[in-house]
Design a protein around this ligand. Structure first.
Ligand SMILES: Nc1ncnc2c1ncn2[C@@H]1O[C@H](COP(=O)(O)OP(=O)(O)O)[C@@H](O)[C@H]1O
Ligand SMILES: [Mg+2]
Length: 377
């Protein structure tokens, strides 16, 4: 039940249009600015958290993330303040839906789409970490898939739990309770309450998301905090290729490194991105040799558009990129028909035979031509 009803005016300035979503910290509404008529997203802290000054400070500090990181892939904060005892944050209104919503609709993405998604995400994280910010609460609900026409465009939301490096001059706050955030995506050291602000925390979450989008579910079966912490500490998850055999071995190894219990074994955002890109590059070269059009090196949006025309979306309710992202997702029966790994192999046996055959035919024709010329002369 939303605290504010559509039509209600908040802080004499914003007319509530509809609720957009809610998380552990606040509720977000689409609002119209009464004077400028701009559509914005307004986030207000949950009522039960308003009495805690530390949480209020942390909530308002979220507004700084976009200014510090300076990236179009971070949701832009436009204003923040207090209305009575209600802390509020005004953001640009994003058109689209969270990755969490996309994955609830279709939990398993095609391998190239999962890679694309992860390349985009680690690109944003590389920038975020480079300026000294660690998100600390990365999860599909905090990654927004924009409703753009042709490319996959992500925005990272919700810097309420993030850590800013002291060099940024942002006043330090005590560490949030170790149990804040979402246990499924939390690194083991974070679950154990260690006051870590290492970028490796975010890379663990990337590992969970990469595994999830490929396997169709998170790597851990634990239902309670302690079960999850134990499983993460023991790296107890099914190997990715056991769940999804067409996943390339390199991708499985990368996911394992991201999910390492030891944070120093996890690759950085930039390393992860580079490895994923080289996987795509390898695929592109293979396809060039085979004379095939590369699917995985297209931008996700373009590939999605193509997928819409080639294979009608089976379960997508919309032609938006999210819908297309979903449309591109292989339903199990189709994915079994088009194992992606086959396309990654340098040459399939058949194409090698084909290649040798056509080279032999070409040599024979050439030889015959030379012989004919010699004969005529
Ligand atoms: N700027 C925005 N535009 C559109 N929807 C948004 C925006 N910000 C948040 N949302 C929606 O509201 C949900 C909760 O927002 P979030 O900032 O993650 O709250 P919390 O900090 O409580 O987790 C998000 O998952 C998203 O669906
Ligand atoms: Mg959130």
């Amino acid at each position: 039940m939303s605290e504010f009803a559509p039509g209600q005016v908040f802080a004499d300035k914003f007319r509530i249009i509809r609720p957009l979503g809610a998380g552990g910290i606040g509720s977000v509404y689409e609002v119209e600015h009464l004077f400028t008529r701009h559509k914005r997203a307004l986030k207000v802290l949950h009522p039960e958290l308003r009495h805690d000054p530390e949480t209020v400070k942390r909530f308002l500090r979220e507004a700084m993330a976009a200014g510090v990181i300076q990236s179009e892939h971070i949701v832009q904060s436009l204003d923040a303040g207090m209305h009575g005892d209600i802390p509020w944050l005004l953001m640009e209104m994003l058109d689209g839906q969270s990755l969490g919503a996309c994955l609830r609709f279709t939990p398993r993405l095609r391998v190239p789409d999962a890679i694309h998604l992860c390349i985009e995400l680690t690109g944003i994280l590389g920038k975020t970490h480079a300026v000294g910010v660690v998100h600390r609460d990365l999860k599909p609900e905090n990654v927004f898939v924009l409703d753009t026409t042709d490319t996959l465009f992500l925005k990272v939301l919700d810097f309420g739990l993030s850590r800013f490096s002291p060099s940024l001059g942002v006043s330090g706050l005590t560490a949030p309770g170790s149990r804040m955030g979402t246990p499924l995506y939390m690194a083991p050291e974070q679950m154990m309450g260690k006051d870590s602000s290492s970028p490796a925390l975010d890379l663990f979450a990337v590992g969970v998301m990469l595994y999830e989008t490929l396997a169709g579910g998170v790597p851990y079966a634990g239902q309670t905090w302690n079960e999850l912490m134990l499983q993460k500490s023991n790296e107890a998850f099914a190997p990715l290729r056991q769940v999804r055999p067409e996943v390339p071995a390199e991708l499985e190894r990368l996911t394992q490194r991201l999910l390492s219990v030891n944070p120093t074994w996890r690759p950085s955002a930039d390393e992860t991105r580079a490895e994923l890109q080289s996987l795509l590059e390898k695929d592109r070269r293979t396809r060039w040799w085979l004379g095939e059009q590369s699917e995985v090196t297209e931008t996700a949006g373009q590939a999605l558009a193509a997928a819409d025309t080639v294979t009608p979306p089976l379960r997508s309710p919309t032609s938006s990129p999210q819908g297309a992202l979903l449309a591109k997702t292989d339903p199990p029966s189709i994915s079994e028909d088009r194992p992606w790994l086959d396309r990654l192999k340098p040459f399939s046996k058949l194409s090698l035979v084909e290649n040798v055959f056509w080279v032999a035919v070409f040599a024979a024709v050439l030889g015959l031509g030379v012989f004919m010329i010699w004969w005529i002369e």
